[in-house]
Design a protein around this ligand. Structure first.
Ligand code: NAI
Length: 347
């Protein structure tokens, strides 16, 4: 069996090769491609039985048809999010699609809290000052998290892990999640989205990007937030209308913005553009604000998570190859994702 891995970085190779050798020695041969899967690069998957992709690869109907025509029968997402896959086309073509639903929810949750505290206590600015011998702390004023209200949008695996950490800081926790289970009750109270927006000093996004959640944060929801509140997005960029957020930052309605994801990140993230002129005026404008912090989708990036991603990805392929049922397959019914381990998600 041949597996083509797209968007492969050195760390993907090293973790996948290690797991292949130690746990699945006879499963497949792997061909790595540094570039993303797209209409242009899909011919490289010819003669492969499976492809393995990450968050910014293209898996729309046209790419899926081309993959299928070339003989590919399985698509392995080495990520949790699946908003970039046309699942209904995949299903029509009979393609096996599986993700890695939970490689390290704590890694992403810890990163969300890291972003909040970096932005709040301005350690990124302090680091630069001190390196130049400037020990003046003016301009570095933050707020104490203890006693503040944190609103979590989406209390699945990552949202719950974030709730646990914020709870440890002594924050008051509220959450909005139309499909929430009982677990969040140990940290706080479930509320309607409007209440969350009105009461939260910090809003942290942890719901998936679907048709229903696209631009969940927009001009109208931003206007309903507590003035001066901080917004953190480690989920998917499309949850936020970036242009509306720029306006809210300019009017000071929004007091801070921490992003690990960005709606047009596919063009930029995971590659070095430092020697180029970047054409994305929205992102460039965002990065001029002193109260905005942008990272390049690294919330998942811990050695524990990479080990888990490689292990589950190859285990999914092994299930496919052996004709076994796989707990991580993504199957839709109408416009609803159904899977044994999660609540239904409306796409
Ligand atoms: P999950 O499936 O465990 O939890 C998602 C939660 O969102 C569920 O409880 C669901 O009921 C809820 N939800 C669905 N629709 C909602 C809505 N309209 N409003 C509020 N809540 C809603 O997923 P998990 O593992 O917690 O991941 C969350 C997201 O984090 C993923 O969809 C992915 O996009 C993102 N992610 C980001 C990473 C990074 O490196 N920055 C790494 C891994 C995931």
């Amino acid at each position: 069996m041949k597996l083509s891995v797209f968007s492969a970085k050195s760390y993907d190779r090293s973790y996948l090769d290690q797991v292949l050798t130690t746990r699945f020695p006879n499963l497949c041969t792997i061909e790595y491609h540094a570039f993303a899967l797209s209409d242009e690069t899909v011919p490289l998957a010819q003669a492969s039985d499976a492809v393995c992709v990450f968050v910014n690869d293209t898996l729309d109907a046209s790419v899926l048809h081309a993959l299928h025509k070339g003989g590919v029968r399985a698509i392995l997402l080495r990520c949790a999010g699946f908003n970039h896959v046309d699942l209904s086309t995949a299903e029509k073509l009979g393609l096996f699609v599986a993700n890695v639903p939970a490689y390290s929810p704590e890694a992403v949750a810890e990163f969300a809290v890291t972003l909040v505290q970096t932005l709040n206590r301005k350690t990124h600015r302090a680091y630069n000052r001190v390196r130049e011998g400037n020990f003046n702390i003016e301009g570095l004023l933050g707020t104490t998290l203890y006693g503040k209200t944190v609103g979590i949008v989406g209390v699945g695996r990552i949202g719950l892990a974030a709730a646990r950490i914020f709870h440890g800081f002594g924050c008051r926790l509220i959450a909005y999640d139309p499909f929430a289970g009982p677990e969040f009750g140990q940290y706080g109270t479930l509320v309607e989205l409007d209440t969350l927006l009105q009461e939260s000093h910090i809003v942290s996004l942890h719901c998936p990007l679907t048709g229903g959640t696209k631009h969940l944060i927009n001009e109208s929801t931003l206007a309903r937030m507590k003035p001066g509140a901080m917004l953190v997005n480690t989920s998917r960029g499309g949850l936020i209308d970036s242009a509306a957020v720029i306006d809210a930052l300019k009017t000071r309605q929004l007091g801070g913005l921490a992003l690990d994801v960005y709606e047009a990140e596919g063009e930029l993230f995971y590659n070095d553009h430092s020697g180029e002129i970047i054409d994305d005026d929205v992102l460039m404008r965002l990065m001029t604000f002193p109260n905005v912090l942008v990272c390049g989708h690294q919330g998942f990036f811990t050695s524990e998570a990479l080990t888990e991603i490689a292990g589950v990805t190859l285990s999914n392929l092994s299930d496919f190859a052996g004709g076994k049922s796989c707990a991580n397959t993504l199957v839709t019914e109408g416009h609803v994702l159904v899977r044994r381990d999660t609540a239904p998600v409306r796409l």
